[in-house]
Structure formats: C-alpha cells, structure tokens
Design a binder for this molecule. Structure first.
Ligand code: UTP
Length: 414
C-alpha cells in the first residue's frame, strides 16, 4: 500500500472523507505534507474520545479521600533546618534543574505572544514573566555557587516566538548553554460534529495537547537524556504565569527525600469551600487533584477537628520530581480532558470561516493526572501570600493587577 492509500484508508475508516476530498484539491507538495501528517496523527485516540464524550471524566463512584499534607507553618525549627539542609546539599551538588511549562496559549489573558513575554510593572521595575524566572535562578545560583539548568517547554504555536524573544533579550543574562527549549505534543481538533478541520496551512488543524504532554515530550526531545548526562536527580516543574512561584526550594526537596517519595507538590490553603480551584486528594487510593466542579458540595465543606477544610490544599502548579519518576511517567499515556473552544478553519472550497461561537473540541492532558501512578507523594502547604500570584485573566481575579499587588506586598515584607 502506498503512503497515500494508507492515509486515505485511515481517513475513511474514521469517517473523515471530507479530508480525502480536500486532498484532491491540493498541489502534489501540499498533498504529500497532508499525507505525512495523517500517518503521524493519533486520530484513533481522538475520534474514540469524541465518540465517548459523555462518558469521560466523571468522578462517578470513585472513592475520594483526604490526602495528608505538611503545613510549613507547623514545622518545628529543628525540622525546618534539617529538611532545608538535605535540599541545599542537592542543589549545591548541581543535582537540581528547573522546568518551566510555557506551551500554553494564554487565551484568557489575551496577550499577543507567549505568556512569558508578558510584562508586569512591579515596584522593583518592569519585568517580563521569563525575566522574573531568570532572576530567581540567578539568585539561587549565587547562593549555592552553581548554574541551575533551565528547560522551557514550548508548543509548536509559540516555540519560534519564545526563542526569538529570549535571543533578543540575551536570555536576561542567563548562560545560554544552560537553557534548553523543548516542544510539547499536540492533538487534532475535532469539530462538534466529529470532523477534523483544515487550517490556514492546508493541513489538519492541531493544537497543543495540554501540560500533561510534558512527560512524553521530555523524553522525546532528549531532555531526560540531557538531565542524566548532567547528573540531575531532582527536577522542579512549574508554570510560567505565577510571579511568586518559588522555583528553588530546599525545604520541599528535603521533605520529599525524607518522606521517601519520588514526587511532590506545593499547595496553598483553600480560601473557602467555594473557591474555584483544584485540590489535592486521593482517588481510589492514589494521589490526585480534583477540580472544584467535580468535588461534591458536602465534601468541599467538610472540616476536620481544627476547623480546617479536609479538601483544602489548592494546587498551585508547583511540582517536584525525582528523575526516575520522570523517566517512568514518560512511558505512560495520560487521559485527555475535553474543552470546547472557538477555532477558525478552511471550508471545502478553501475559504476561511471564523465561527461565532465555540465549534471544536480540544483535547488536553493534565500534568497532575500522572500522580496516580504513585501511591504516595509529598505535599507541602505554603503561605499563599508568599508563593501564589497567578496571571490568568486580563482583568479581575488572577490578573496582572492582582498579581502585581501580591508581588509588591511580598517585596515590602522582605
Ligand atoms: P493554563 O491551564 O493556565 O493555560 O496553563 P494557559 O495557556 O496559560 O491559559 P489559558 O487557559 O489559555 O487562558 C497553566 C500552565 O501550563 C502551561 C501554561 O503555559 C502555564 O504555564 N501549559 C498549558 C503548557 O505548557 N501547555 C499546554 O498545552 C497548556
């Protein structure tokens, strides 16, 4: 069977005959590109998900239970010092690296470039989000007399822009040979009628497939190999958009190592049962994060003997992994979650159609779905005002305005 015949067979099998028709309207070159794409797509998984839309991700009769966390405020001085020392030794030995996940689209913020290129006006100067991360790295490098390798996950949509931005800004003074960009995976978009769409480039429309893509992408792009060659043992993974994110924390390292765990996360205390945030828990005995929409109301209100919420540890996208954990997780396939989005496309005559409302399903895996491959993980609850100032929306909650205020308040405290 020729490549073309194979591609046509796949498309027909999944009832995507309109793409076969589209093929007939392309030049030889364009057609070859489309054929290659079809042969490399995981259409089956995506169509399968589409066919089972209503069945996906119901918590259903899964058993939700409390997970234990260490509250930083409740540590004895002696414990604090002991844990910190363990973590500091790791960092000083050059066994620690940082990964920034910056492959997202930042649709809610509406900034016209990668989120890391967004600028905030802080009391200590105007800074880009990438610049804030570099400053944290530099501070730690000075303190521990090392140069911490920095890996940035981009997506096909924003990789070139990210690279160009960092080049133009000379990596904000960070040694370029210690910075490595790698691209996350993608998945096709499916129209709400179950059809693949054609994009402006005349190929099937794809989009980045969520931050859970990180595990496979780390392996695929040779980052894990690079880490191993550098003798990295522990890797911090965080988002790009929390301007108070503590990317180097010996305390978290020390606790995780002392508890004998391979993965860890930080949390902050949920403000009230209604806060729209995912919280840590155990689902069917495995560490998980449950979205606010999936946590039954009575559970969201449940308190312990101290009056604290039982499900009160909010995920702030601040994760730590042993290299062995990343290696193991890079071999796993995470489930896709589905979001409805708006996406333009070419119709059968090649005209660009911009829909009025949401017209496609986007498939995303979430980084935290991998936690359930472990029985235990360390969770460290930290002070919200010290470590959590996310920029998600253009205005209102979690906006540049609220994050800037939190950042400036912390500056004053120092
Ligand atoms: P969010 O889920 O907040 O998404 O990402 P976002 O793209 O920044 O914003 P919206 O939802 O489009 O408004 C949390 C973190 O995960 C990264 C983001 O870059 C951010 O650091 N991320 C998200 C990826 O790296 N890849 C993805 O596919 C999605």
């Amino acid at each position: 069977m020729s490549k073309e015949e194979k591609a046509i067979e796949i498309l027909k099998r999944f009832k995507q005959d309109h793409v076969v028709d589209w093929m007939g309207k392309l030049t030889e070159n364009e057609k070859d590109r489309l054929i290659e794409q079809v042969l490399n797509l995981n259409i089956e998984q995506v169509i399968d998900l589409y066919n089972n839309l209503s069945k996906t991700f119901e918590t259903g009769d899964k058993k939700i239970e409390k997970i234990s966390a260490i509250d930083m405020n409740k540590l004895e001085d002696e414990e604090f010092i002991r844990y910190k020392k363990i973590g500091e030794d790791i960092i000083r030995n050059g066994e620690y690296a940082v990964v920034t996940m910056a492959g997202g689209q930042g649709t809610r913020l509406g900034h016209s470039g990668p989120k890391g290129t967004f600028k905030v006006n802080l009391d200590n100067g105007e800074k880009y989000l990438f610049q804030i991360i570099v400053e944290s790295l530099q501070k730690a490098n000075e303190k521990y007399n090392v140069v911490i390798p920095w890996y940035i996950m981009t997506s096909e949509e924003n990789n070139n822009q990210t690279l160009a931005f960092l080049e133009v800004n000379n990596y904000f003074g960070y040694p370029k040979n210690k910075v490595k960009l790698f691209m996350q995976g993608k998945a096709p978009l499916i129209s709400t009628n179950g059809k693949l769409l054609i994009g402006k480039d005349k190929l099937i429309k794809e989009a980045s497939d969520g931050n859970g893509s990180i595990y496979k992408s780390l392996a695929k792009d040779g980052v894990l190999e690079d880490m191993k060659n550098k003798n990295i043992k522990w890797i911090f993974v965080g988002g790009v958009d929390n301007i108070l994110l503590k990317i180097i924390d010996p305390l978290l390292l020390g606790i995780t190592i002392s508890e004998g765990n391979k993965i860890a996360s930080k949390s902050v205390k949920k403000i009230n049962p209604k806060e729209r945030a995912g919280v840590f828990c155990k689902i069917d005995g495995k560490p998980s994060i449950i979205e606010y929409s999936e946590l039954p109301e009575e559970m969201s209100e449940e308190t312990d003997s101290n009056g604290d919420l039982v499900y009160g540890d909010v995920n702030i996208l601040s994760h730590l992994y042993n290299i062995e954990a990343l290696e193991k997780l890079s071999t796993k396939t995470l489930p896709y979650h589905i979001a409805e989005k708006k996406s333009d496309y070419l119709d059968e005559n090649g005209n660009l159609i911009t829909p009025e409302g949401k017209n496609v399903y986007k498939f995303e895996s979430f980084i935290f779905d991998a936690f359930s491959y472990y029985n235990e993980m360390s969770i460290l609850r930290v002070k919200r005002e010290d470590e959590f100032a996310p920029i998600k929306n253009a205005e209102g909650n979690d906006s540049p305005e609220t994050a800037t205020k939190l950042y400036n308040q912390k500056l004053k405290k120092k």
